[in-house]
Design a protein. Structure first.
Length: 316
């Protein structure tokens, strides 16, 4: 299903072309898909602009000891592996961007990442309401092809220390970068079993006192979460050996203005890289080097027909 390379287009698709790509269910990278005209955030979003627009509105930020939010971690006993969610902290946008631009903070033990994944750009009354005018509420060719608006539009802001561990989503995903770049490692649903998805007890990072470090705290009452055991980057040799056949992860980098179509059910592991040459905002005190800003539009997958049955069967 995955082949060995990703298809790359140098233009945006029409609605009909995108519908055909969704039917094929393979990822495609559309280079230079967005411009300042279609995505004003590309040129507007300096640190100073974001700080002024957001003002004193607090935003929800994920905090972890090592940059792995929503990932497997050893518990207090050093034996049990928990699916661990990040600690949530509230801060104003200016403080978040200042931390991400501070070289001293980038060497600290904790990592901050704005990654709420709850359609944080959808709500006209939500915490990012002042930024909605800079981001299209939908992707015209995707909405027409799928005959519905996106279920969620999400904003992501972090630095190179934040890693998204391998997972899959029940959404047709259109993903773009505003600043920096994102590195995706992709596996199709047919090879997801090589990542050894298992049930794990749930935990959350908590902070007992404001000045104390984060602590992994098992949930009470205990619940179970299904998550991948192996990392398609770190454990690739092991995956290939245990799978007994040659696995071919696809590597793709998404640059500012590009759009990655990631089909529903595809497994993806994401790293990010700040652009140290990005000078936007420096002349007006805004800073802005070294961190990454990205957006994505989640469209619900078509649950009728065989798609959901097929994906569930492969995961099982």
């Amino acid at each position: 299903l995955n082949g060995t390379t990703i298809e790359i287009w140098d233009k945006s698709p029409t609605a009909l072309e995108f519908a055909r790509l969704v039917h094929i269910s393979r990822p495609v990278l559309f280079t230079g898909c967005f411009s300042a005209g279609t995505l004003p955030a590309l040129t507007r979003w300096t640190n100073e602009y974001l700080s002024l627009k957001m003002g004193e509105t607090p935003v929800s930020v994920a905090v972890t000891p090592d940059g792995y939010a929503d990932a497997l971690k050893r518990g207090p006993d050093g034996i049990t592996t928990y699916f661990t969610e990040p600690h949530t902290q509230h801060m104003v946008m200016a403080n978040l961007l200042s931390l991400l631009s501070d070289p001293h903070f980038s060497q600290s033990s904790e990592v901050v990442y704005l990654q709420s994944q709850n359609g944080n750009l959808n709500d006209p009354e939500g915490e990012f309401a002042s930024l909605r005018e800079d981001v299209p509420a939908q992707i015209p060719w995707a909405s027409e092809a799928l005959d519905k608006p996106p279920e969620a539009v999400n904003l992501w802001i972090g630095d190179s220390r934040s890693i998204t561990s391998a997972h899959s989503d029940p959404y047709e995903n259109v993903y773009t970068v505003v600043r920096g770049r994102k590195h995706f490692t992709l596996l199709p649903p047919t090879e997801g079993w090589t990542l050894q998805e298992r049930m794990h007890p749930h935990a959350t990072y908590t902070r007992p006192e404001p000045a104390l470090p984060l602590v992994l705290t098992p949930s009470d009452p205990q619940s179970q979460v299904s998550w991948t055991t192996l990392d398609p980057v770190k454990d690739l040799d092991r995956i290939r050996t245990e799978a007994a056949f040659d696995v071919h992860p696809i590597e793709v980098t998404v640059n500012p203005g590009d759009a990655l179509y990631l089909p529903a059910g595809w497994w993806h592991h994401v790293r990010q890289e700040g652009d140290d040459s990005d000078e936007r905002g420096d002349n007006d005190g805004g800073g802005g080097k070294g961190h990454v800003i990205a957006l994505n539009w989640w469209y619900d997958m078509e649950m009728r027909g065989m798609s959901w049955v097929w994906l569930s069967h492969l995961r099982g």
